[in-house]
Design a protein around this ligand. Structure first.
Ligand SMILES: N[C@@H](CCC(=O)N[C@@H](CS)C(=O)NCC(=O)O)C(=O)O
Length: 210
């Protein structure tokens, strides 16, 4: 398996797919494409039909878009979604909401793992996105997380979909409710999150040195 990803520092969509491949247990090769360069699109199009990262290559089959990659992996590894049907339905709902929403948060708090810049005042739309995410995290953990600290107890695709938000909240020093804060800490200390972050910092050092 190969996973085509953008810069670890910035590529929030790549992070989701990378976490899913890691959690699936497959050995895989990372193909790194540097984003925001004149030739980025050409490099991406060599692998990814959409010209975007991430793209998973499995036995010659290209699967693009983070959520589609997660679903593809979950077909073979059903534990990537919560096993209970109701929990799985809600996990898919919040993952889809993340995938297609929260535009204000994306626009004003882009993922940048090198950044530590606490923000006091957000535009109202960003504050509304943060409140909604806090509520989702709190509700899911209260209703479903009876056997573990993640959104549905066990670590699942729902957590992976919100992983970039966790890095954003850390970078911008976002204040959350106690339950959401506890969840944020759990995610930020997950070994795969720490590995990705380390990769992002090393990658930027290399870029800076070149
Ligand atoms: N909905 C897509 C979004 C993918 C996306 O926008 N990827 C960005 C990197 S984070 C990209 O490839 N940008 C390069 C470009 O658009 O030229 C997904 O979930 O994978």
């Amino acid at each position: 398996m190969k996973l085509v990803i953008g810069n670890k520092n910035y590529s929030s969509w790549s992070l989701r797919a990378w976490l899913a491949v890691k959690a699936s247990g497959h050995a895989f090769e990372e193909i790194h494409i540097r984003l925001r360069q004149p030739d980025t699109k050409a490099h991406l199009l060599r692998w990814s039909p959409s010209g975007k990262a991430p793209c998973l290559i499995d036995s010659g089959l290209a699967i693009w878009d983070s959520l589609a990659i997660c679903e593809y992996l979950a077909e073979e590894s059903p534990h990537l979604w919560p096993l209970d049907g109701a929990a799985r339905a809600i996990a898919r709902s919040i993952s889809a909401e993340m995938h297609s929403g929260f535009e204000a948060l994306r626009e004003h708090m882009s993922m940048d793992l090198q950044l530590l810049a606490p923000v006091q005042d957000y535009p109202a739309a960003v504050a509304a996105d943060i409140r909604r995410i806090d509520q989702l995290w709190t509700d899911c953990r209260r209703n479903f997380a009876t056997h573990g600290p993640y959104l549905f107890g066990e670590y699942s695709i729902a957590d992976m979909m919100f992983a970039p938000v966790c890095f954003r909240f850390e970078s911008y020093g976002v204040t959350l409710s106690p339950s959401a804060e506890e969840y944020l800490h759990v995610m930020l200390t997950h070994p795969d999150m720490l590995e990705w972050k380390h990769g992002a910092l090393v990658e930027e050092e290399l870029v800076g040195a070149s």
